[in-house]
Design a protein around this ligand. Sequence first.
Ligand SMILES: NC(=O)c1ccc[n+]([C@@H]2O[C@H](COP(=O)([O-])OP(=O)(O)OC[C@H]3O[C@@H](n4cnc5c(N)ncnc54)[C@H](O)[C@@H]3O)[C@@H](O)[C@H]2O)c1
Length: 306
Amino acid sequence: MRYLVTGGAGFIGSNIAFALEEERKAKVVVLDDFSSGDFRTLSGFGGDVVAGDILSRDWFGRVGKVDAVFHQAAVVDTTETDQRRMMAVNVDGFRNVLEYALEHGVKRVVYASSAAVYGNSECPMLETQTPTPENVYGFSKAIMDNLAREWAEVHKDMTLVGLRYFNVYGPREYYKGKMASMIFQLYRQMKAGKRPRVFKYGEQTRDFVYVKDLVRANLNALDAERSCVCNAATGRPENFNAVIDALNKGMGTDLAPEYFDNPYGFYQNRTQADLRQAKALLNYRPEWSLADGIADYVKILEKGWK
Ligand SMILES: NC(=O)c1ccc[n+]([C@@H]2O[C@H](COP(=O)([O-])OP(=O)(O)OC[C@H]3O[C@@H](n4cnc5c(N)ncnc54)[C@H](O)[C@@H]3O)[C@@H](O)[C@H]2O)c1
């Protein structure tokens, strides 16, 4: 089998690319414009890399035929205010990837949506509820889901699976800078001997998901029998104090949190995925609790791996 991973030089895309090579013994081609990704995430990768922008068509021929696409490339900065750029890359870029798939007879596209489509809505968050994004990033992902639904209605021989990732953490996010997970940012502070800084009083909860579970959701999507949009998370929200506890345990430290006022007008106080649809349609079963995921991740980071 041969797969295309767009955004494969980034955090989640590179984890998918390695899993396809290692577990599925597949050939993998990565398409990336290296705008937020970094070649070092692909250190040890055995496949091909096409440097290109999802907005252009000039890579269609260079990538050629594949068995399925894992579409991860996007503007991922949730604080980006350039609405035109966000919509162009995320929505028109996705449209272009779908056109590539149609022209090359690719019948399956798995793509990254986001929990940002839910904004600050009630928990647990359900795929069937009307999206209420609070920023243009979440809006772009909601429109991607609409586009996929319409596309699948017209092209009935194609299977399009959207995965609404919640808060992802894990190996290969090192180069994301300020967009890296809070878990990684807190690890860095604690590693430098500083107290971990979180908003008062660390009680906001998140459905944190380890990237190894997300990889599983993506690979399971290869077997989905129909087009769908599914949450991808753990379904068990935890707060920032629990994150700090798990980091202290994993790192062998005892650093107390330093609380400060939240400067943002808008902030998600709580996220939690309803996973019934992901279980039913993707046979998705998250394997990593927050404590186990952080323990595993800290072990990897402590070995000096990124
Ligand atoms: N990390 C999370 O917690 C999270 C949560 C929800 C959804 N997502 C989604 O998952 C996907 C992957 O995110 P990530 O965390 O790995 O981010 P990332 O920034 O590490 O990866 C994105 C990759 O896409 C590439 N890219 C961006 N614009 C491109 C373009 N025009 N053409 C080609 N390549 C382009 C970047 O260079 C980068 O390598 C994104 O679609 C993101 O919206 C991530």
